[in-house]
Design a protein around this ligand. Sequence first.
Ligand code: ATP
Length: 236
Amino acid sequence: MSEPILQVRGLVAGYGKKKAVHGIELTLHKGETLLILGHNGAGKTTLMQSIFGLIPPMAGQVRYEGRDITGRNPALNVADGIAFVPQGHGIFASLTVRDNLELGAFVEGDRAKVARHLDDVFSMFPILKERENQIAGTFSGGQKQMLAIGMALMHGPRVLILDEPSIGLAPNLVDRVMKSVAEIKTRFDASIIIVEQNVKYSLPVADRAVVLKTGGIVYEGAPAPLMDHKKLIEFF
Ligand code: ATP
């Protein structure tokens, strides 16, 4: 396996006194797609938000490229190459597609790089190019998800975290979004964490999978065993 890019050690996070995740040990390797599965309320979003700095961890450590980034401001994380696509898109509904994408690149000073990333995003999601002047709020759920991923890619992240990208999407769009994950790895050379409940579509794109249950990890390993429905029920 390649070297780690992101390491989570003994992470505890929650709300007030309540611990939503506890003692999490997790490693994302360079070039890997790591899938985090779990039921509603298992702690997936809390874990991702505490890695990204949106929720300060109560204990434990997050290391990125060997450096301690525990609880670091999300804006600094973005500038340092970590992107987070939240559940529900996080796009600017009143702006055009093009403006949203430009905003996604706000930390990137190198205009040639921005133009290159824009080209890559447009070839991955041609609908964004076709509708670059359309107001983003008028988009369908699937188009908004593509735009949100496109925005995250505009600053060329080395780690991309997607929180339930399939939520609310029709199956053909889920398939399209999951296929884009494989393309992101080759075009952008990014390591990816996908948080999902949609097992069927997400398992095939994962290199490794983790199942969270009531705030702790109950499975970590190859995605293939989880394709077996009985095994999956056992872990969920
Ligand atoms: P979902 O798939 O529904 O997003 P999840 O696996 O991402 O679920 P979390 O959203 O991380 O789970 O929730 C973990 C636990 O923390 C749950 O018990 C939830 O009720 C609780 N929780 C989440 N957000 C808050 C909050 N803002 N304040 C208090 N408790 C919260």
